[in-house]
Design a protein around this ligand. Structure first.
Ligand code: CTP
Length: 408
């Protein structure tokens, strides 16, 4: 996404009463620096942590903090502000604020603006880790997400209370800025169906044992989220992972390579793009035992057979059809990374392959970040240094958008 994606965009930054409110000053500063037109609204408790004057100085605009202040309502009326905003960002969002927003309460400027909002809303929660983990807060988050709200964070780390560590810290200002960019990013996949596979597959030997790999699914999920943000109709076919479903994707859960092949075949028919980010297990037991197999003395042998290669199978089937989706594959390698990826790109008839070195332990399997090289059919290689998986996801989709335009 271009660096000036925020230039001229109207953002209403809503601040609620948390010790993390001071970090909202940095968020305001970064947004202004990126060229956004920023207005700030504060709850009654937020003004006890940070003065509205600070935000006024940072944004150069009147701050609204009092629903019943006639002058404020004239210069920064909450309905008009909500209407004018391309995006409302609530940072920090306290447990109370999330609960009130879920209920549709409106007794301060922030809540009233949220009720009047018609555009996208991004919450950056911040609270004690026990409060965040509470079922009531989690339910409020789920309901707000279902209504279309986006969330960034919270992160894990030290809490304001001495000795408290856990999930609840406000996302860092740069992360909030990235989430703002994502929420306001290009809608260049509108009208396109994008099918994404993610995570590992599991091939059971018996009901309690299986062959699999350490894929966390994070890369595939990041691509699904990015594709949703860019307006695509997204189907995410996922093996067993411990991640929550992206709110705007249709998620189909599968277990085995065979199931993944069947669902991918069905969903990819008529799709514009197929991204195979799944780490499909290459072998399964020749015979799956119906009951748990007991230990036997001495050496034991398991007879394995190859699972079907999903991309190879579909590529062969698409030879006989007039249209096939743009195919992006992944190659997680530990040696001769580019050479092996190139070979897979041509053998599996992909349009792009994202090659990464999983022998590094700071990027790849299970981590938040990835370093990769995107290879194309024309021999091009784009190197991407260590970035968040979400950033890599957008870089891959930028290439996909170019390929779609070429085909049209
Ligand atoms: N893939 C697939 N079906 C499989 C295995 C892999 O569709 N049974 C896809 C993966 O999702 C990935 C690409 O093929 O997009 C390359 O995966 P990889 O495991 O690196 O390929 P393999 O052909 O299995 O190569 P290797 O011999 O290195 O395991």
């Amino acid at each position: 996404m271009t660096a000036d994606g925020l230039k001229g965009r109207a953002i209403l930054l809503c601040v609620s009463g948390s010790i993390a409110a001071y970090k909202a000053c940095e968020v305001a500063r970064l947004l202004v620096k990126a060229g956004a037109r920023v207005r700030v609204a504060m709850t009654r408790s937020a003004v006890r942590f940070v003065s509205p004057l600070t935000f006024q100085a940072l944004t150069g605009a009147a701050v609204s903090s009092d629903l019943f202040h006639s002058q404020q309502e004239l210069t920064a009326g909450h309905i008009a502000q909500a209407d004018a905003a391309d995006l409302i960002v609530v940072a920090p969002a306290t447990a109370h604020l999330l609960g009130a927003a879920r209920l549709g309460l409106a007794d301060d400027v922030v809540l009233a603006a949220l009720l009047a909002a018609r555009g996208p809303v991004l919450f950056a929660p911040a609270m004690n880790e026990r409060m965040w983990a509470h079922a009531a807060v989690q339910e409020n988050v789920r309901v707000l997400r279902e209504r279309g709200a986006r969330f960034v964070g919270p992160n894990a780390g030290e809490m304001a209370e001495a000795g408290h560590v856990g999930m609840g810290r406000l996302a860092e200002p740069e992360e909030i800025l990235a989430a703002v960019r994502a929420a306001l990013g290009p809608r260049d996949l509108t009208g396109k169906k994008v099918v994404i596979t993610a995570g590992p597959t599991r091939e059971h030997l018996d009901p309690v044992r299986f062959l699999s790999n350490p894929s966390s699914g994070k890369m595939g999920f990041a691509i699904a989220e990015a594709a949703c943000d860019r307006g695509a109709e997204v189907v995410l076919i996922s093996g067993p992972v411990a991640l929550t479903d992206p709110p705007h994707a249709r998620v189909v859960r599968v277990v085995t390579a065979e199931e993944m092949l069947a669902v991918t075949r069905r969903e990819a028919a008529g799709a514009h793009v197929l991204v195979m980010a799944a780490a499909v297990a290459d072998q399964r037991a020749e015979k799956r035992a119906t009951h748990k197999v007991s230990k036997k003395p001495g050496a034991e042998t398991v007879s394995l057979v190859r699972t079907e290669d999903i991309l190879l199978t579909l590529a062969a089937e698409w030879e006989r059809t007039p249209s096939r989706p743009i195919v992006v594959g992944f190659a997680a390698e530990t040696e001769r990374v580019i050479e092996r990826a190139k070979e897979k790109l041509s053998r599996k008839r992909m349009d792009l392959i994202v090659a990464n070195d999983v022998s590094r332990n700071d990027a790849g399997f299970g981590t938040e970040e990835n370093a990769a090289t995107i290879l194309d059919q024309g021999g091009g290689a784009e190197e991407i240094s260590r970035v968040k998986k979400r950033v890599l996801a957008d870089r891959v989709l930028d290439r996909v958008v170019l390929l779609i335009a070429k085909r049209a």
